[in-house]
Design a protein around this ligand. Structure first.
Ligand SMILES: Nc1nc2c(ncn2[C@@H]2O[C@H](COP(=O)(O)OP(=O)(O)OP(=O)(O)O)[C@@H](O)[C@H]2O)c(=O)[nH]1
Ligand SMILES: [Mg+2]
Length: 272
């Protein structure tokens, strides 16, 4: 799963890894990636699934909306990520970077760093220096942060997709990190208690709605003309259902939640 600030190069990094334009990437000041997206491919023959995410900055959509989008995408893509790639343009840590790290930790819990590899983008700015030299002469704060991430770091130049060496190096780092973590992926038990509670409630809401969702999926098959259209509409449907479920689950007013559910399912009594 790719994480990082808006415009840091997450989608380009996903494309470099998959050697195709799987994710939309652009130079624009507004957020390019709006929703989490998944794409499949392989690295040197080894199958991989990559989840691209919207940037974790405040502009445009509220921080809450973006974190909700990212967190709910994980329940969609079980069993959960094996590795997080924290994507950042090469440079020392800014205050925005530090507050983003706090935000990531509050979303996922502090175990996230045991599953993280840092990918520095804009490797074309190295100007002949080695990656290790650049890090050796960087601020102490950046080096301390790299220490925190069990997967270490590497540099990507997303403007040169012909050089596949960094991706091969990434695969080695991923395999090592997965081994250190006992081949486990990032599971629910690592999340902060509040997030675990929300997820359990979300699951209940979705379970209660499963018949209606299945009915809507069947209707899509009738109305859509192509397989791609069915897939796209299905993703949209699940995005909306999960968003709704998450909003309901986050609502601390137990009574309000019961009322909303009762309105949607007049034939059932909810006890979430
Ligand atoms: N020179 C250079 N440009 C890069 C590199 N990686 C990404 N870019 C450029 O940076 C811009 C933003 O890249 P994206 O991949 O769209 O960034 P993002 O993090 O997905 O952005 P959001 O989806 O908006 O959060 C694009 O113009 C990319 O071409 C790199 O390694 N070198
Ligand atoms: Mg993007």
């Amino acid at each position: 799963m790719l994480l990082g600030a808006r415009g840091s190069g997450k989608s380009s990094t996903g494309n470099t890894i998959l050697r195709c334009s799987a994710f939309k990437s652009d130079m624009q000041l507004n957020r390019v990636t709006q929703f989490c997206e998944r794409a499949y491919g392989n690295i040197n023959g080894r199958p991989v699934a990559i989840i691209d995410t919207p940037g974790l900055n405040r502009i445009g959509r509220t921080e809450r909306e973006v974190t909700r989008e990212i967190l709910k995408s994980i329940s969609l893509y079980t069993p959960g990520p094996h590795v997080f790639l924290l994507v950042m343009p090469v440079g020392n840590l800014t205050n925005d970077d530090k507050s983003m790290h706090k935000l990531i930790e509050s979303m996922f819990g502090e175990s996230i760093w045991k599953y993280t590899i840092i990918v520095f983008t804009h490797g074309d700015r190295l100007e002949g220096k080695t990656a290790n030299d650049v890090i050796a002469y960087s601020d102490k704060e950046l080096r301390s942060f790299i220490h925190k991430c069990s997967g270490g770091f590497l540099f990507f130049n997303n403007k040169d997709m012909t050089n596949y060496e960094p991706v091969t190096e990434l695969l080695k780092k991923v395999e090592t990190l997965v081994a250190i973590n006992g081949r486990s992926c990032y599971t629910l038990s690592f999340y902060p208690a509040a997030e675990r509670k929300i997820r359990k409630k979300m699951e209940k809401v979705l379970e209660m709605r499963k018949d209606q969702i299945a009915q809507k999926e069947r209707e899509l098959l009738i109305h859509c003309k192509t397989e791609q259209e069915v897939e796209r509409k299905k993703q949209e449907l699940w995005r909306m259902e999960e968003n709704d479920a998450r909003k309901l689950a986050e609502n601390p007013g137990k009574q309000k939640l019961s009322i909303k559910l009762a309105k949607r399912h007049p034939d059932r009594k909810s006890s979430i």
